[in-house]
Design a protein around this ligand. Structure first.
Ligand code: DGT
Ligand code: CA
Ligand code: CA
Ligand code: ZN
Length: 586
C-alpha cells in the first residue's frame, strides 16, 4: 500500500470513530497520524517500517505503529474492516450531504434515531431537524437542498471514475476468443465530463459466451436486461453499462451510432439523405427503393466500412474525433478538411499549479518532481496555497521564501532532469487584491490567482473581484474560474465572458483545471475564447503524485473545446515557457 492510501485509511478510521462517538483524543491521534504520514517521504517510511523504527517519529504511538505496519505488510487492516462493519452504513452515507459532519450525524442518530438519508429527508419534511439544538431552519434547508442535489446528480458519474471501470471491461471483452472487435462508445468515448452510463459495442463470431461473460463480471450488482445480442448491468457504484453485439460488417456503423451524440447523429443522417443515402446503426445504404435500412443492410447493400474514417469519407468528410461529435459545427468543419489538429496528451511538456506537503498536498516537493520526471516532463511548477487559505495550510511569507530557496537548491543540484518553477496559488481576497505583496510575488516565476472564499458574492461583485486580480501586473494565470465541483456544487456567480475579455486584454492565462471534479473552465467556452486569442494551460492542480495524471481528463475536455497545441502554454518547450513567463514581468 502506498503512503497516501495508508493515510486515507487512517483518516477514514478517524471519521468512523467520530461517528461511533469515540473519545476525541483517539480520533485526533488518527487524524494527525494521517497528516504525519503524508508529510513523510515514501522511501523513508518504508525504511523505518522495515527497521521497526516508526515509533521514533513524533505523532506515531504504539497503536498507530502497529496499524501502519499491518497495512504496509499485508495491504489490509483487520481493525478497520471490523470498525466499518460495526457502523450502520446509512450513517456513513449521510456524510455525502454537504454540511453534515460526524458530530451532526451522531446528534441526528442519538436524538432522532435517524440512520439513513431517506429518514433524514422525512425528518426534515416534518421540521424535526430544525428544532434540534445546534441545527435550526437554515441548516435544515441546506440539508434538504443537499439531498435534492444528490438525487439529481446521483444518476451521473465522473468521466474519470467511469473510464476506470470501462478500461478493464474493454480489455476483458477483447480477450474473449469469440470477440473480433470491442470498443466503448457513448459519452465516455466523447470525453464528456460526466457519464450517464457506459456503452460497449462488440463484433463477435458467437454471441452467447460474450453476453455470459459480461453479466458475470466481478462488481456486477444487478443484471437489468439480458437478451440474445445485448445486456445491461449495474455495478456496485450505481454505474450502469449497456452491451451490444453486432456482426462484424455492422461494427463501425454501430460504434458510430452509439458514440453519438444524438445531435451529431441527426446532422450526419441529414447529410447522408441529401446525398441519397440512409445512415443508421446498421449501415449506409441507398435511400431509395423498397425496404428498411436494416433490411437493406442485411441484404448486403450497405457500404463496407472497416473504420469510422471510411464511413466519414463516404460522406465526403474528414475523420471527426469523437470528442468533437456534439453537433456544434464539426460536420461543416470536416467538409473542407478544416478540423483543427486537437491537442494530445503527448504534447504536454510540464504543468503548473501543483501542491506539495508545504500546503495541503500529500507528497513532498522532491516526490512531486520525481513523479513529473517519470512522466517525461521538462518542467514542473509548484504553486502551493497562500496564507489566507489557512484551512489548506497556506504558506506564510517566510515559508514561501523558504520554498523558493528549496526549489533553487533542487534545480542547482541537477538531481532531476525536470526543471522546477516557483509559483504560488495566491488567494484573490474578497475585494480583488492579492494575498501577498508585490515584492514577494515578483520573486516567483509565476503567479496563479484563485478564489477560495466568499463564494456567495453576487455576480457583479465576483466578476469585478476576479478582473481586478487579472489586472494585477504580476498575475500570470487564473485558477479554476468558476470554482464548480462536478456533481457536487455549482460554480459561483460570475460573468465568464467579461473575465475572458479581461484575461485576453491583460495577456493572462485562464487555466483549464484538469482535476476530474473541476474541469473548469468548462469546455463549452473554449472554442470561442481561443479563437479570440485566449491562452490556456492544462493544470492538474495535483495534491499528490498520482494527481499529475489528471491532465488526461484535462486534455479530453481541451479537445472537446477544439483546442490545439498552440492554445496551450504547457505544450511549449522549457525555453519558450521561461521566455513567456519572463516577458510577463516586463
Ligand atoms: P450518457 O450515457 O447520458 O452520458 O450519454 P450518451 O451519449 O452515452 O447516451 P446514451 O448512453 O443514451 O446513448 C449512446 C448514444 O447512442 C447516444 O449518444 C446517441 C445514440 N442514441 C441512443 N439513443 C438514441 C436515440 O433515441 N436517438 C438517437 N438519435 N440516438 C440515440
Ligand atoms: Ca452512455
Ligand atoms: Ca446507454
Ligand atoms: Zn485552488
Amino acid at each position: 500500500m502506498t503512503k497516501n492510501e495508508m493515510a486515507d485509511v487512517l483518516s477514514e478510521i478517524g471519521v468512523l470513530l467520530e461517528l461511533s462517538g469515540e473519545n476525541p483524543f483517539k480520533i485526533r491521534a488518527y487524524q494527525s497520524g494521517a497528516r504525519a504520514l503524508a508529510a513523510m517521504e515514501e522511501a523513508e517510511l518504508g525504511r523505518l517500517i522495515t527497521a521497526g523504527e516508526l515509533g521514533t517519529i513524533k505523532g506515531f504511538g504504539d497503536a498507530l505503529v502497529q496499524k501502519i505496519t499491518e497495512l504496509h505488510t499485508t495491504g489490509r487492516l483487520v481493525f478497520f474492516d471490523k470498525l466499518k462493519a460495526s457502523i450502520e452504513p446509512g450513517l456513513a452515507e449521510m456524510l455525502q450531504i454537504p454540511g453534515l459532519g460526524p458530530k451532526k450525524i451522531r446528534a441526528l442518530h442519538s436524538k432522532l434515531g435517524i440512520a439513513s438519508i431517506a429518514a433524514l429527508g422525512q425528518a426534515c419534511a416534518e421540521g424535526k431537524v430544525a428544532e434540534l439544538e445546534g441545527f435550526g431552519e437554515k441548516t435544515q434547508e441546506k440539508i434538504v437542498a443537499g439531498i435534492r442535489n444528490r438525487e439529481a446528480y446521483g444518476r451521473r458519474h465522473l468521466w474519470w471514475d467511469a473510464a476506470e471501470i470501462a478500461g478493464p471491461i474493454v480489455a476483458g471483452l477483447r480477450a474473449l476468443p469469440q470477440v473480433r472487435r470491442a470498443e466503448s462508445a457513448g459519452s465516455l468515448r466523447r470525453g464528456m465530463e460526466t457519464v450517464g452510463d457506459l456503452d460497449f459495442i462488440v463484433a463477435a463470431d458467437e454471441v452467447g459466451p460474450v453476453v455470459e461473460w459480461f453479466v458475470a463480471q466481478p462488481g456486477v450488482k444487478e443484471v437489468t436486461a439480458q437478451g440474445e445480442t445485448k445486456a445491461s448491468v449495474r455495478f456496485e457504484s450505481g454505474l450502469q453499462a449497456d452491451l451490444r453485439i453486432v456482426p462484424e460488417g455492422q461494427f463501425v456503423f454501430a460504434l458510430h451510432h452509439f458514440t453519438g451524440s444524438k445531435d451529431h447523429n441527426v446532422q450526419l443522417r441529414q447529410r447522408a439523405l441529401a446525398a441519397g443515402l440512409s445512415l443508421s446503426e446498421w449501415g449506409l445504404v441507398p435511400a431509395d427503393g423498397e425496404g428498411t435500412a436494416k433490411e437493406k443492410a442485411e441484404q448486403g447493400k450497405s457500404l463496407v466500412a472497416g473504420s469510422e474514417r471510411e464511413l466519414f469519407a463516404a460522406l465526403k468528410l474528414s475523420f471527426i474525433p469523437p470528442e468533437l461529435r456534439e453537433g456544434l459545427g464539426e460536420i461543416e468543419a470536416a467538409e473542407g478538411d478544416k478540423l483543427p489538429r486537437l491537442v494530445e496528451l503527448a504534447d504536454l511538456r510540464g504543468a503548473f499549479h501543483n501542491h506539495t506537503t508545504a500546503s495541503d498536498g500529500r507528497n513532498t516537493l522532491v516526490e512531486m518532481t520525481a513523479a513529473a520526471e517519470a512522466l517525461g516532463w521538462e518542467y514542473f511548477g509548484v504553486a502551493d496555497h497562500s496564507k489566507a487559505s489557512f484551512q489548506a495550510k497556506g504558506l506564510s511569507e517566510e515559508r514561501l521564501l523558504q520554498q523558493i530557496g528549496e526549489v533553487q537548491a533542487l534545480n542547482a543540484s541537477q538531481r532531476f532532469t525536470t526543471y522546477v518553477f516557483t509559483g504560488t496559488e495566491c488567494d484573490i481576497l474578497t475585494d480583488g487584491r492579492l494575498d501577498f505583496d508585490d515584492e514577494l510575488l515578483a520573486k516567483l516565476d509565476y503567479v496563479v490567482v484563485s478564489v477560495h472564499n466568499a463564494f456567495t458574492q453576487d455576480e457583479a461583485t465576483m466578476t469585478a473581484r476576479i478582473i481586478r486580480a487579472i489586472e494585477h501586473p504580476l498575475t500570470s494565470m487564473l485558477g479554476h474560474l468558476t470554482g464548480r465541483l462536478l456533481l457536487r456544487r455549482e460554480g459561483y456567480q460570475v460573468d465568464v465572458k467579461k473575465v475572458i475579455d479581461a484575461a485576453i486584454a491583460n495577456n493572462v492565462v485562464i487555466e483549464l483545471n484538469a482535476n476530474p471534479w473541476r474541469l473548469d473552465l468548462d469546455w463549452r467556452h473554449w472554442r470561442k475564447a481561443a479563437e479570440r486569442g485566449l491562452l490556456t494551460s492544462i493544470n492538474p492542480d495535483a495534491h499528490e503524485t498520482a494527481g499529475l495524471e489528471d491532465v488526461r481528463a484535462g486534455v479530453n475536455v481541451a479537445r472537446k473545446g477544439w483546442l490545439t497545441r498552440e492554445h496551450v502554454l504547457n505544450t511549449r518547450p522549457l525555453a519558450e515557457v521561461k521566455m513567456w513567463l519572463a516577458d510577463r514581468r516586463r
